[in-house]
Design a protein around this ligand. Structure first.
Ligand SMILES: Nc1nc2c(c(=O)[nH]1)N[C@H]1C(S)=C(S)[C@@H](COP(=O)(O)OP(=O)(O)OC[C@H]3O[C@@H](n4cnc5c(=O)[nH]c(N)nc54)[C@H](O)[C@@H]3O)O[C@H]1N2
Ligand SMILES: Nc1nc2c(c(=O)[nH]1)N[C@H]1C(S)=C(S)[C@@H](COP(=O)(O)OP(=O)(O)OC[C@H]3O[C@@H](n4cnc5c(=O)[nH]c(N)nc54)[C@H](O)[C@@H]3O)O[C@H]1N2
Ligand SMILES: [Mo]
Length: 551
């Protein structure tokens, strides 16, 4: 989001899901789309089967790479080399959209100067992707009219995640693939309402609608509207909060997150949690973090409440109550309202529709959206500034929202922890089709749990031979931060020297291992690269349930 706000002026998918089927060149980078976004993955497969060119840039084999025209199997963390070399080729071969650059962008010269040194031949050495593949990908992307980029965590969960997004934005701007149907730069959002949470200002730096808290115009507007004095200093981001746990941070309110499973370097985090004076958890289930809580407030699930969810394509949709909540569970908003009341605020909101109206009233981009309108017309895509505005399918159509699209010169910085003699493997982590994040929900569901009841770590056959490990054997995976024991799955899905595991399992927490270094701008953790060691600790049976691989 930070990268997109800086370069384009809006932190969201530029285009819409319905446009994917008409894309002629799909560049999917760092996104395991068929497992993590199956509906969008289906649209991509539909486009590929119609004849669109599919380019996948991912260190692992994934289902999409098996149907891709080419799979750029790059070394983890080397995306800047790949993307700058693609920019190098596009500029050197005169494939830029000069009219678009002149009319809609600024700072192009800085990128021209920087990428000059990123030759495809040198990039091949660093990334492991051949110079021929880099040239082909650059030419295909630049010369296809309807060319769209899709990315997720393989791009963002790095200490240089914001750099990666800016390097992608450079490619989009120099080829003019922006503000047109079936093109653009499209981050696929993770949770059903993470877009809505960001839009609403659930962030240490923004009011609703990405208005910065240190922008004095916005600050004055909200002080007048809310009738309170506000602090113009941005708050701590998630990464900084976790590091201050039990130190500067003495009390904590955690709502809808299982931080003891999902935050990096959790061994360290647990020590901090033991030191806080007061921890409140508001959740729909007990989870790993509730073990540390002083108070647990039971909330209702999506099926038990009214409200809106904003999906990845900026579409605000209604969610409606289908079943009554159990026991003492109450809607999140209503618990928060009571807490505000106890803290001395006098909020008079009486329904989710009123909460929504309050949220949009000082936010031009959403001001035309209301529950009543969605009930009548169906979901609406922002920007939607007035009640008679139809909503916006494609962003930046009449010009870049920022005014001028900003080119940023990006230099490669290696991942913060690289393999060494003691920790010779690159460990990467992520998700699988069957489980959802901390798996507090999916592991309670018998169908899903029976599909994948236990953790595993993927290892290449060559490494497995050296370690004397077969599929099903128990191994200990360790990093500078911790150790977990789990079953090995020997597969060519990963390349030699690399191992991969899901973070869903509390019995083998990937996040005891991961590095809590944060992106320099956003603090997003480097979940995708750290240095690890593997040793065999026990014999197993060759077949075990739930382990699967794409080869
Ligand atoms: N079934 C299921 N679906 C989910 C979730 C879930 O837990 N389960 N979680 C949801 C959430 S919150 C999110 S954020 C999304 C995430 O969706 P994704 O980002 O697609 O999920 P990840 O498994 O983290 O995988 C990212 C991909 O990046 C690749 N990758 C790793 N390192 C690099 C690198 O250095 N460069 C490049 N180019 N690629 C790299 C990995 O091999 C992987 O294929 O999924 C959402 N959907
Ligand atoms: N190693 C590693 N770690 C990762 C990642 C990775 O790729 N690798 N990915 C990261 C990413 S992208 C994400 S998004 C995080 C996700 O991590 P989390 O946000 O911690 O995980 P979730 O399972 O999405 O949700 C957490 C809690 O929300 C509760 N919940 C569900 N619905 C509601 C509701 O309506 N109200 C309330 N109050 N609670 C509810 C669930 O019961 C659960 O306990 O993990 C991050 N951690
Ligand atoms: Mo996520």
């Amino acid at each position: 989001m930070a990268g997109l706000v800086t370069t384009f002026g809006a932190g969201a998918m530029t285009n819409s899901i319905g446009e994917i089927r008409d894309v002629d060149c799909l560049f999917v980078i760092g996104s395991n789309t068929t497992e993590a976004h199956p509906v969008i993955g289906m649209e991509m497969k539909r486009a590929a089967r119609r004849g669109a060119t599919l380019i996948v840039a991912d260190p692992r084999k994934i289902w999409l790479s098996t149907i891709a025209d080419r799979h750029l199997e790059l070394t983890p963390g080397t995306d800047i080399w790949l993307l700058n070399a693609m920019a190098h080729v596009i500029i050197a071969e005169g494939l830029t959209d000069d009219a678009f650059i002149a009319a809609n962008t600024e700072n192009f010269e800085a990128v021209v100067a920087t990428v000059a040194a990123y030759t495809p031949e040198q990039a091949a050495v660093v990334t492991g992707v051949s110079a021929d593949d880099i040239r082909w990908a650059a030419r295909t992307y630049a010369t296809t009219e309807k060319a769209a980029i899709f990315y997720t965590l393989g791009i963002t969960e790095h200490s240089h995640g914001t750099d990666n997004v800016c390097a992608l934005a450079n490619l989009v701007l120099m080829t003019g693939h922006l503000g047109k149907p079936s093109a653009g730069l499209n981050p696929l959002r993770g949770q059903n309402n993470v877009q809505g949470a960001n839009d609403a200002g659930a962030s240490p730096i923004y009011f609703p609608g990405y208005q910065r808290v240190d922008d004095f115009g916005a600050l004055a507007r909200y002080e007048a509207s809310w009738g309170v004095t506000l602090d113009p200093k941005p708050g701590l981001n998630l990464n900084e909060m976790m590091k201050e746990m039990g130190r500067k941070l003495r009390g904590l309110f955690v709502m809808g997150e299982d931080i003891v499973l999902s935050e990096p370097n959790v061994g360290h985090l647990e020590k901090g949690l033991n030191g806080v004076d007061f921890l409140v958890i508001q959740d729909i289930f007990p989870n790993e973090t509730t073990r540390f809580a002083h108070v647990v407030l039971p909330a209702t699930s999506f099926a038990e409440k009214e409200g809106t969810f904003t999906n990845s394509e900026r579409r605000v949709q209604r969610v409606r109550k289908a079943v009554e909540p159990p026991g003492q569970a109450r809607a999140d908003w209503s618990i928060l309202l009571d807490l505000a009341g106890k803290a001395g605020a006098n909020w008079t909101l009486e329904s989710p529709a009123e909460v929504y109206a309050e949220m949009v009233k000082d936010t031009v981009r959403f001001a035309g959206i209301s529950h009543e309108r969605i009930d009548r017309e169906g979901g609406l895509q922002w920007p939607c500034p007035t009640p008679d505005h139809p909503g916006t399918r494609t962003l930046h159509e009449g010009g870049v929202l920022r005014g001028k699209g900003l080119f940023t010169a990006i230099e490669y910085r290696p991942s913060s922890e690289l393999p060494c003699d003691d920790y010779p493997f690159v460990l990467s982590t992520g998700r699988t089709l069957y489980h959802y994040n901390s798996a507090t929900q999916t592991r309670r569901e018998e169908g899903l749990d029976s599909k994948q009841p236990e953790a595993f770590v993927q290892i290449h056959p060559r490494d497995a031979r050296e370690l004397d490990v077969r599929s099903g054997d128990e191994v200990a995976v360790s990093t500078r931060r911790g150790e977990v024991r789990l079953k090995a799955l020997v597969t060519r899905q990963v390349k030699p020297g690399r191992i991969w595991m899901p973070f869903h399992f509390k019995e083998a927490r990937a996040n005891l291992l991961t590095n809590d270094v944060g992106d320099s701008v956003t603090g997003t953790a480097e979940y995708k690269v750290c240095a690890a060691q593997v040793v065999k600790v026990g014999e197993g049976t060759s077949k075990f349930p739930g382990a699967y691989a794409v080869e």
